[in-house]
Ligand binder design. Structure first.
Ligand SMILES: [Zn+2]
Length: 392
């Protein structure tokens, strides 16, 4: 027995590594069985990442490894290697696209590597830095494939994925009542956008995936899959698998960072760049409450944040909390009319023009009221697959 990993088979034009794995499992000789499919999300900033930036792995059990390797050689050549080279085009994606460069690895023993996995979710990995595996096929996809095989899975969640029958076109059909039932199960999460009420189960764009249901437990994923697949108005599927995944684990994040705000600039679209005692932090408009809280900050505020550093070492905020805010300096109010008093000139105190009252005090300090006092994170639709919901 051993573990097989696979990655980088899809482009924006379609395809999905999970489906490629599903077909491979369907093709296995009768003497080979499988267990424990896993879906591992990798570093979101990787240069040649695939659309969902996920790799897959599965345990293969056989008495005859030679026969299995022959089968994998054949399947690789006839069904996977030819998926390379396609560059997708999408109006939704601004980043530079790389052609798919599929990779597959085989590890003939059960092995995990916490250090390598941790690097693969938080930094760029090069092909030449890969740990040794028993056998490998293809190119760049070997990086994700190796990470998926070596993932120690100390924290995990589950996702049940179903694929559309080939050549299915048009909008995905999911039974609304069944969706409600799935959403109300205790263990499922990120089923619906809480604000819009829209389903988050179906992928956007061109994909063979009909739906993916996330669950904290395997049983929850199993129950939800049954409910949705048997829904009256749910379209027929080709098949399904329940994956163990590193989604919603925060595995990509280090310890939260405490910093003091030095300056803040709000860009045109509402993105906020914060210069802090711990470098540049960025809050994108899409980060919702994080952007709102960032816009409120002033010099001297103490904040705690977490996120990933980009290639310029700027921290892209995924979690933010105000630790201590500095008070605002304001002119004192007139005791009679309650309006701000005005300066009469340097060192000459203040006066209310209307009531003619004067005071020596130039400034008073007023506590500022932050828009949020607890941790904030982006809304589900713009959260990373790896991010753990705050409620957890
Ligand atoms: Zn007054």
């Amino acid at each position: 027995m051993g573990w097989l990993g696979l990655d980088d088979t899809d482009s924006l034009n379609g395809g999905c590594t999970t489906e490629v794995l599903f077909h491979l499992l369907e093709s296995l000789p009768d003497t080979v069985s499988y267990a424990n499919p896993r879906l591992v999300r990798l570093w979101p900033f990787a240069k040649q990442r695939t659309r969902g930036n996920a790799a897959v792995a599965v345990e293969l059990i056989t008495e005859n490894e030679t026969e299995l390797m022959n089968h994998l050689d054949h399947w690789w050549t006839s069904h996977i290697s030819n998926l390379g080279g396609s560059i997708g085009v999408s109006e939704h994606s601004e980043r530079k696209q790389y052609p798919a460069d599929p990779g597959m690895v085989w590890m003939s023993e059960e092995k995990s590597d916490a250090n390598f996995y941790s690097q693969s979710v938080s930094s760029e990995i090069l092909l030449e830095d890969l740990p040794h595996v028993s056998r490998h096929w293809g190119g760049n996809g070997r990086i994700g494939a190796t990470a998926a095989v070596l993932w120690p899975a100390t924290q995990s969640t589950y996702e049940a994925i179903s694929w559309r029958i080939d050549d299915s076109e048009g909008p995905r059909r999911l039974d609304e009542d069944a969706l409600d039932d799935v959403d109300s199960l205790e263990d499922t999460f990120l089923c619906r956008n809480p604000k819009l009420g829209t389903s988050l189960l179906a992928p956007r764009g061109n994909s063979p995936v009909l739906f993916g249901i996330r669950s904290w437990t395997r049983q929850g994923a199993h129950d939800a899959l049954n409910i949705l697949q048997n829904g009256k108005h749910t379209e027929q599927t080709k098949g399904s698998l329940i994956f163990k995944t590193n989604q919603a684990t925060d595995d990509h994040l280090g310890e939260p960072i405490l910093a003091i705000v030095r300056s803040k600039s709000i860009l045109k679209k509402g993105h906020v760049v914060i210069e802090t005692s711990q470098g540049t932090w960025i809050a994108f408009r899409q980060s919702g409450n994080i952007a709102l809280l960032s816009q409120w900050l002033i010099e001297g505020d103490t904040i705690i944040g977490n996120g990933l550093r980009d290639e310029n070492n700027a921290l892209h905020l995924e979690l933010l909390k105000i630790s201590k805010s500095v008070p605002e300096r304001k002119r004192p109010l007139c005791k009679i009319c309650n309006k701000s008093m005005k300066s009469m000139g340097k060192n000459q105190g203040l006066r209310c023009k209307k009531c003619n009252i004067t005071t020596e005090r130039g400034w008073v300090e007023v506590e500022r009221e932050p828009p949020f006092i607890d941790w904030v994170q982006p809304p589900p639709s713009s959260r990373r697959h790896l991010s753990k919901p705050l409620k957890r």
